[in-house]
Design a binder for this molecule. Structure first.
Ligand SMILES: C[S@@+](CC[C@H](N)C(=O)[O-])C[C@H]1O[C@@H](n2cnc3c(N)ncnc32)[C@H](O)[C@@H]1O
Length: 255
């Protein structure tokens, strides 16, 4: 770290370490992995937004590939890219079990190794909050997406929501392993360097999209998915966790 906070390299290394470790249990959490019923609901919403014709789609920050795999099941040609190699290892395994030809590759959503206009659609779920340069990221996504293609974020909230668990560093002994990992990798100094950390309202994301030259920006709240996820939760989880699934999307305009 320097006097101005953590270096970019430190942030990306921390983010990578965190998610590589989280890959072991990521899919066990409600809202991460999806059973058959939930997958069907995702398919309905994704088809409504993307359309039924086969498209070439990039899932940025694909993680264990839940969205990438559902899109492939819908008949799209999908590539998933993620900074965490171990996250995509899980995705690769799941796609192979389903005999789906999803391409998974390691890489940075803020610096994509793809040519211009290669994709019909770029999608991300729960990625934006953890990017140190979301402006650069969305410019990259627009660059690789063809004019008239779609950028979709599954993210944000309509009700005020704190994404970041408050963990007291003086009380590390009381933390479980997952909380310790969170505190070590997403320390206050790192979180401070994440511009979208506490502005992830749907309205903010819509203006973020508009400000990056996306047109026809729209929002859809996927109540059925949120309600299904809530039904899977214990009473305690329902009390703590706020279930909301929002799709925000816009059309790439290069004129
Ligand atoms: C909350 S998880 C979401 C995973 C997946 N999109 C999903 O919804 O299941 C965030 C993911 O973003 C990835 N990530 C974070 N920063 C990234 C970056 N700069 N480039 C690519 N992936 C990144 C992490 O490795 C992690 O897999």
């Amino acid at each position: 770290m320097n006097n101005n906070g953590p270096l970019l390299l430190d942030i990306k290394e921390n983010v990578k370490t965190y998610w590589n470790e989280r890959s072991k249990t990521f899919d066990d959490d409600i809202g991460h992995g999806a059973d058959k019923i939930e997958s069907q609901l995702w398919m309905q919403y994704l088809s409504e937004i993307i359309g039924k014709e086969s498209k070439i789609i990039l899932d940025v920050g694909t993680g264990t590939g839940m969205i990438a795999i559902i899109l492939a099941e819908l008949g799209h040609k999908v590539t998933g890219i993620d900074i965490g190699e171990k996250m995509i290892d899980v995705g690769r395994k799941k796609a192979a079990e389903k005999k789906l030809a999803v391409i998974f590759m390691p890489g940075d959503a803020e610096n994509l190794p793809f040519q211009d206009n290669m994709y019909d659609c770029v999608i991300c779920r729960h990625l934006l909050w953890t990017l140190p340069h979301p402006d650069t990221a969305i410019q990259q996504w627009s660059r690789v997406c063809r004019p008239g293609g779609l950028i979709i974020a599954i993210d944000g909230h309509q009700k005020p929501q704190n994404y970041f668990p408050l963990v007291d560093s003086n009380d590390m002994k009381s933390l479980n392993e997952r909380q310790k990992l969170w505190y070590q990798m997403y320390s206050p100094e790192i979180i401070e360097q994440l511009p979208l950390k506490d502005v992830m309202s749907v309205d903010y994301l819509k203006s973020f999209f508009c400000n990056h030259n996306l047109v026809n920006v729209q929002h859809l709240c996927a109540d059925e998915i949120a309600e299904y996820q809530k039904r899977l939760m214990s009473e305690e989880q329902q009390r703590i966790e706020h279930c909301e699934v929002n799709f925000i999307w816009g059309t790439v305009n290069k004129s």
